[in-house]
Structures are given as structure tokens and as C-alpha cells.
Ligand binder design. Structure first.
Ligand code: PMV
Length: 312
């Protein structure tokens, strides 16, 4: 018989950051390296309260489009699916007697890892509430199961960078390598406010495969070069590599006019490099600044805003 852990807690709150992919999105799906960093200014928060064990667990997640949900949600609903997974894997009574609230600063379907951040925050909350002592790798692996619901065939880069909460070099199927930037990377993230489905964009790239394989490999080469540039703190090279990466992303047809306009506006305003981040066809653009002078930041920020973007 399974020994069901008891819930001696009344309330637990846990958080997880958003993420941005600096290099290698889409190519990571084909085993090429990618580089991602957490975005600590954007967070998902999960609060779990324990209550009457004879009532179904309720979930309120307005920030991700779930105003209220309980165990009557379809099994494919990601939060419900994660609760089922954790209940089954660790013998927890999560489907009854809990009130769960999700709050998030992260825009959904915008390439900043909203789904993975909510999953990691929820896993961390359960980890604390039931003293499971899960490692970062286990947290990442559990979140990856839910990424499959969000994205179909995810590489695992989102759940990895968010669960490990540090800059990473990601290669599918390999151990996570931590990257140590020599200097702080001054970046600005700007949202096109266009939402795109990662699963659809990834599916379209796959339709172009293997014809686009040389472009995918070239993106991998850029990521390999970028590791050295980041670890030696060479901002102009990092910027040039971002621009080269963006050119290739355009060639595999995952950019769009709004992204191209934001990239051009940032470069015109003095950014060293700019590219889409995440699946593309909308979502966010990331720009690398030459320094953190207030004037430099204001110039790029204004250029983004004049081109219609929201600063994240
Ligand atoms: O979910 P997004 O938009 O952050 O995109 C993830 C990055 C992709 O490489 C496009 C997909 C993947 O699974 O790696």
C-alpha cells in the first residue's frame, strides 16, 4: 500500500522566473546547442493552501487564462495534468483538499517561458509543502512532461533554464552546462504583442526539414561561438552573433514584419545586436546594449516603443 504523505502545511508560496533564449531557438529541437538565461524581473508565483480534504482541489489562474478550475478540467489542461502527475508520482493527495492560485507577470505564448515558469513554480510549491527534496534536474524533468502538452515536441530548453535558474548551454539529451558570463549582459526585451503558437511554428520549421538543415546547423555554429563570446565578455561579438542568428531565423521563416521592424529600430538606436527570442512569428525581441548608460537604455527603449512594442 502506498504511504500517502500528510499535509501539515497551511500555505506555501513558490516562484519561478521567465526566460529568454539568447541563441539557438528552433535549432535546439534538432540537437544543436542553444543558450538561455532566466529573466528574474518576470516571475510566476504559485500559492497552495491546504483545506477540507473531502472537497476537490480548486485552481485559480487568471494570469494564464484559467479563471477557475477544479478536477473537472480536461486531463490535458496543463495545471491539472501536472497535479495528476505529481499525485501519481509521489503518492500525494493533490486532487482534493487544496486551493491553488497562480499569479504571473509573464505574457502567455510570447516566447518568455510562461508555461514552464508556472509548472516549475507549482512543482516547487508542492516540493516545499510535502518536503519532497526534489533536485533541480527532477523539477526540470517534471516540468518537461507538461511542456509536451504546451508544445508537442519541446526540446527541453525552457524547463531547464527555468528550473536551474541560471544561464545555460542546452543540448537536447545532454547534461545542462552552466555558462558564466564574464560581464553583465545589458539587454532589453520588447513585446510585439502578437501571440503565436510554439507548436505551430515548430511544426512549420519541421515541414522545411531536411532542406533547411544547413541553416539549422549554422545556427548551432553561432551558439558555439556565442559561448566563448559570453564567457570572455565580448559584447560587440555577442551582438554580431545575435544579428547573424536573426538572419538565419528569418531564412527559416520564423520571423515576421513586426519583429523585423523592432530589430531594425533597436539597431538604429544603438543596440549591438537584436533578434527574436522563443518560437517567433510574434512574441518578443531581445536587444543587446553596448552599456548600461541611462541614455543608451532610453534610446533603445524609445525606439522600441515608437515602433509599437511593449517593454518587458
Ligand atoms: O516556447 P518558446 O516560444 O519559448 O520557444 C521555445 C524554443 C523553441 O526552440 C522554438 C522550441 C523548443 O522546444 O526548443
Amino acid at each position: 500500500m502506498m504511504n500517502i504523505p500528510s499535509s501539515s502545511f497551511t500555505e506555501v508560496v513558490a516562484s519561478a522566473p521567465g526566460k529568454t533564449i539568447l541563441f539557438g531557438e528552433h535549432a535546439v529541437v534538432y540537437g544543436e546547442p542553444g543558450i538561455a538565461i532566466p529573466v528574474p524581473t518576470l516571475q510566476a508565483h504559485v500559492t497552495i493552501r491546504s483545506g477540507n480534504p473531502s472537497t476537490p482541489t480548486t485552481v485559480s489562474a487568471p494570469a494564464v487564462g484559467l479563471s477557475s478550475c477544479d478536477t473537472a478540467q480536461p486531463e490535458s489542461e496543463p495545471i491539472r495534468a501536472l497535479l495528476e502527475l505529481l499525485s501519481a508520482r509521489y503518492g500525494l493527495p493533490l486532487m482534493t483538499g487544496h486551493t491553488i492560485r497562480v499569479d504571473s507577470d509573464l505574457p502567455v505564448a510570447a516566447g518568455l517561458g510562461s508555461g514552464a515558469a508556472v509548472s516549475v513554480a507549482l512543482i516547487r510549491a508542492v516540493n516545499v509543502a510535502y518536503a519532497l527534496k526534489l533536485s533541480d534536474q527532477t523539477v526540470s524533468d517534471l516540468a518537461f512532461e507538461i511542456e509536451k502538452i504546451h508544445h508537442g515536441t519541446p526540446s527541453g530548453i525552457d524547463n531547464s533554464v527555468i528550473a536551474f535558474n541560471r544561464p545555460i548551454l542546452f543540448v537536447k539529451g545532454e547534461e545542462i552546462r552552466t555558462i558564466q558570463p564574464r560581464t553583465h549582459l545589458p539587454v532589453l526585451i520588447a513585446d510585439t504583442n502578437i501571440r503565436a503558437s510554439t507548436a505551430i511554428v515548430v511544426g512549420d520549421v519541421r515541414k522545411g526539414y531536411p532542406a533547411n538543415a544547413p541553416l539549422i546547423r549554422a545556427i548551432g555554429d553561432i551558439s558555439r561561438a556565442a559561448v566563448r563570446a559570453i564567457e570572455t565578455g565580448d559584447l560587440p561579438i555577442i551582438g554580431a552573433l545575435m544579428n547573424a542568428n536573426q538572419t538565419l531565423l528569418r531564412e527559416i521563416n520564423v520571423s515576421c514584419q513586426e519583429i523585423d521592424e523592432l530589430v531594425a529600430a533597436a539597431l538604429q538606436a544603438g543596440a549591438l545586436g537584436a533578434k527574436l527570442t522563443g518560437a517567433g512569428r510574434g512574441g518578443n525581441v531581445i536587444a543587446l546594449l553596448p552599456d548600461e548608460n541611462p541614455e543608451t537604455i532610453a534610446n533603445v527603449r524609445n525606439a522600441f516603443q515608437q515602433a509599437g512594442a511593449t517593454i518587458r
